[in-house]
Design a protein around this ligand. Structure first.
Ligand code: CP3
Length: 356
């Protein structure tokens, strides 16, 4: 390991500090608008399907060499400005002993849902020893990535609670909301537990070398602003506070969160992720000054013609032109049947069109 690798992330001496991605997060001038894609590592890539063959999703997250290869694949292929760590939001829960699996085409499924005060005892603290494979993989990755930043991530307390309380993916989150409204004390304690675990998991990733972190509150768009403020925001804020001192950018993203963008920024994010339903200039008004924004091409647009993709990309870039800091991304994850070449072309197009 070179001396450079030992320099703390977040400091101007770190290898990734001057990357376009971190500059945009800090709202500094950039040579081009940086690009990365949520779910860039995964089923849209044939090379991913090949190395994953016969290996269950959660097992693959625990093999540092495989994690390193999968994380690097989209960086090599598309020339994106950042890598996102190959893992899943339920990995820390698995690591503390929750019996769960990721079912292909379904998502995370929990053997015994968490719904009572007694169930809370199953959510013990996470220690770095529980996830040594994460530390090892990030060490390998940051050496390979050099000046390309690695984004660490975790699921936000609400979204994790939704999986734990429902027992799996849910359209209406009925059990989750029943608990939130019916037993606010137990709900607050559950989210606080999850905030502790999530904060610890993000710390492990930053200490190992992640240059930024993204907190995915994918399903929080199901919640109205007043309920968000009362029942969700304190736990998300606790996660952001836990990693504030590292000085690495903290990104916050959820789907269908047009009404929550301001509050999600206030929770403690440096960068607010926007799905495709709100134009970037309107999102900037809702978030207010002092934060960068990330987004927001509809992932389904990539199924259209190259001309249509360029036209829709122009709309995003034009709406984002006046922003202090813009990171180009999709409004949600890459859809599994997306043509990988469409992502490569999109990356090149954004880089060329925004070169300054
Ligand atoms: O972005 C990346 O490329 C990094 C890897 C990543 C995965 N999951 C890998 C994965 C990230 C950042 C996640 C986060 C995640 N996981 C979220 C938040 C992001 C979002 O999409 O809103 C959520 C809600 C989950 C839970 C989860 N895990 C779902 C909904 C699924 C898909 C189920 C399916 O098969 O349709 C998973 C499984 C999963 N996580 C896959 C991948 C590549 C697919 C599994 C496979 O390839 O076998």
């Amino acid at each position: 390991m070179s001396a450079n690798d030992r320099r703390p992330v977040g400091s101007p001496q770190s290898q990734t500090y001057d990357s376009a991605f971190l500059k945009a997060c800090r709202r500094e001038p950039v040579p081009h608008t940086p690009v990365w894609f949520m779910r860039q590592a995964g089923r849209s890539l044939p090379e991913y399907l090949k190395v994953r063959e016969g290996i269950p999703m959660l097992d693959s997250c625990m093999r540092p060499e495989l994690v390193t290869e999968i994380t690097l694949q989209p960086v090599r292929r598309h020339g994106v400005d950042a890598a996102i760590f190959f893992s899943d939001i339920v990995v820390p829960l698995k690591a503390i002993g929750i019996d769960l699996d990721i079912k292909p085409g379904v998502g995370p499924v929990i053997a015994e849902p968490i719904r009572t005060r007694a169930d809370l005892a199953r959510l013990r603290d996470l220690t770095p020893e529980d996830v040594t494979y994460v530390t090892e993989a990030i060490g390998m990755l940051t050496r390979e990535l050099g000046s390309t930043p690695l984004i660490g991530f975790a699921g936000a307390p609400f979204t994790l609670a939704s999986y734990l309380v429902e027992g799996g993916p849910s359209r209406n989150h009925e059990h989750t909301k029943a608990l939130m409204y019916g037993d606010p004390r137990l709900w607050a304690d559950l989210l606080d537990r999850l905030a502790e675990i999530t904060g610890a998991f993000l710390k492990v990733q930053i200490e190992a070398g992640a240059s930024a972190v993204q907190l995915f509150d994918s399903w929080v768009g199901a919640i109205a602003p007043a309920d968000y403020t009362r029942s969700v925001m304190p736990a998300s804020a606790k996660v952001f506070d836990a990693v504030a001192s590292y000085g690495v950018p903290r990104i916050h993203f959820g789907v269908g969160t047009g009404e929550l963008l301001g509050l999600m920024g206030e929770a403690g994010a440096d960068v607010v992720g926007v799905d495709w339903r709100v134009p970037m200039d309107e999102a900037a008004r809702r978030v207010g000054p002092g934060k960068a924004l990330q987004g927001n091409l509809d992932p389904a647009v990539l199924f259209s013609t190259p001309d249509a993709v360029m036209a829709k990309t122009d709309e995003v870039l034009d709406a984002a032109a006046g922003l202090e800091g813009h990171i180009f991304n999709l409004g949600h994850g890459v859809l599994p049947t997306t043509d990988p070449d469409a992502l490569t072309r999109l990356t090149e197009y954004v880089h060329t069109r925004t070169a300054r």
